[in-house]
Ligand binder design. Structure first.
Ligand code: UN1
Length: 478
């Protein structure tokens, strides 16, 4: 029996229904779950922006303690509900149950972290060059913030935008991906029960059209977006209207494996980074750059490890790799892999044979890939990676920096010198030594460089930069 969930927008604390415009099904299991929801248009976006604008005033009036309490309450509710929400994420997006629950707990900790930050919005005061006068710097709310979030971290990414936005006194108009709207709705229910003023967070549903209407709306002070390069390039245009823009987009992240690496750990890093979450992380490893001194042994060990991975229903706790999130993602990956094979490249495993039932796509690894190949340049948001064979550290760094992105990069080595040199020379915002390129902490800054990101960092204390206006006041007592 298929369960059907019909979703509504949430504006000013009220549910706003509309005719069904999109559908998402459990990507792993036929006849389990069907989710449908409406698409926001420009008029509804305007209503949500008006509600958010009113909420900014109410949030300020309620004070920082009420805000800190509300964020802490959201954190506790998420933690208490991790099993139920984790199962919903697994059924809606195909993320494995362990990862899904872990993500809910991560979202809980993010709200908890920013509950504290609400009370730690510390400014500065110094003496002025003008005798008797002082200079103060404070961090004030920006106002109405739009958040546009993807399906691959359907609760953690919304949390790391919504929590700091609220902590620093902003109100939010949020559009989750249509692939993960039921998870969005569950988060909204928890936010609605937190005691924040109505309209502090408004959720608009829909696909690209709703996102476009939101990013083009009047009255928005800032937009934080995580998603594809193509959509990010459209959201970027809002900066022309002096809207503050923060973009987190793709990466073709490289992991270097030097000849002195611990082989087992390097294999674990590569397999985790390339194939876990079915490769659907913007920090996933797409390029495995291996020194020829270890390449043959390494490739064999990766093949052996991947053969042991359990691909299956994400609800089964033993499953390590679930499906892609939706049929369109599977079609896209199959097409991209077909294009790679059309150039004559042959996979070590996977490839065009990898498309399985439902939205499953098996891990795929190409060997002897060059930086100029498509696999060296373009992101494939699925369980697909290439082996780039190089001679020595310098060649590895050159390959690593050989594309336009710069989100995450890793190295496996026992050499302190090479680890230090890697951190200095790698062009990426996130640097991993003997760890996978994906998987980050919630209390440390997150973001990339070059074509991967625009604007200040997300997460941790660094998040304040985007969500506040720095105000510098001079005063002279008379
Ligand atoms: C992680 O690697 O733990 O969409 C986080 C993404 C990133 C988040 C990655 N914005 O995959």
């Amino acid at each position: 029996m298929t369960e059907t969930i019909t979703l509504s927008h949430h504006v000013a604390g009220r549910a706003v229904a509309g005719s069904a415009a999109f559908e998402q099904r459990n990507p792993a299991v036929a006849d389990d779950l069907r989710i449908e929801g409406p698409e926001a248009d420009a008029a509804l976006v305007a209503e949500a922006v008006t509600a958010a604008r009113a909420a900014v005033t109410a949030i300020e009036a309620a004070g920082i303690e009420a805000r800190a309490d509300a964020l802490a309450r959201i954190g506790r509710a998420l933690m208490a509900d991790a099993d139920r929400l984790g199962l919903l994420i697994a059924r809606e997006t195909g993320k494995t149950l362990g990862d899904s629950k872990g993500e809910v707990m991560r979202a809980a900790r993010i709200f908890d972290f920013f509950a504290g930050e609400t009370l730690r919005n510390v400014g500065e005061r110094f003496a002025s060059t003008r005798p008797g006068a002082t200079v103060e710097v404070e961090y004030a709310a920006v106002g109405v913030v739009a958040a546009i979030t993807p399906w691959n971290f359907p609760i953690a990414i919304p949390a790391w935008k919504i929590a700091p936005a609220l902590a620093f006194g902003n109100a939010v108009v949020w559009k989750p991906s249509e692939i993960s709207s039921a998870t969005g709705d569950a988060l909204m229910a928890i936010i609605a029960a937190s005691g924040l003023p109505a309209g502090s967070v408004n959720m608009l549903l829909g696909a690209g059209g709703a996102g476009k209407a939101l990013s083009e709306a009047d009255g928005i002070d800032a937009i934080s977006f995580t998603g594809s390069v193509a959509t990010g390039d459209r959201v970027r245009l809002s900066a022309r209207r002096n809207v503050r823009v923060q973009l987190e987009m793709g990466g073709v992240n490289g992991l270097i494996v030097l000849a002195d690496a611990d082989l087992d750990n390097a294999v674990d890093c590569a397999v985790n980074g390339a194939f876990f979450a079915a490769g659907q992380r913007c920090t996933a490893t797409s390029r495995i750059i291996v020194d020829n001194g270890i390449a043959d042994r390494f490739v064999e060990a990766v093949r052996a490890k991947v053969a042991t991975l359990k691909i299956g229903d994400p609800r089964d706790p033993a499953t390590q790799i679930g499906p892609l999130a939706a049929p369109r993602q599977k079609e896209l990956i199959a097409r991209q892999v077909g294009d790679v094979e059309a150039t004559g490249a042959r996979p070590l495993f996977g490839g065009s044979e990898a498309a399985m039932e439902q939205c499953f796509y098996a891990p795929t690894l190409f060997d002897h890939v060059a930086t100029s190949d498509a696999l060296g340049q373009e992101e494939i948001f699925g369980p697909v990676a290439g082996i780039f064979r190089v001679d020595g550290f310098d060649a590895a760094i050159e390959a690593l920096n050989g594309n336009r992105f710069g989100l995450s990069a890793g190295i496996c080595t026992r050499s302190l010198l090479h680890a230090e040199e890697f951190k200095r020379r790698a062009r990426a915002g996130m640097l991993m030594v003997n760890l996978p390129t994906a998987g980050v902490d919630y209390h440390a800054p997150f973001g990339g460089t070059a074509a991967s990101s625009l604007g200040p960092r997300e997460q941790g204390r660094a998040a304040r930069t985007f969500y506040t206006i720095m105000k510098t006041s001079y005063q002279k007592p008379l």
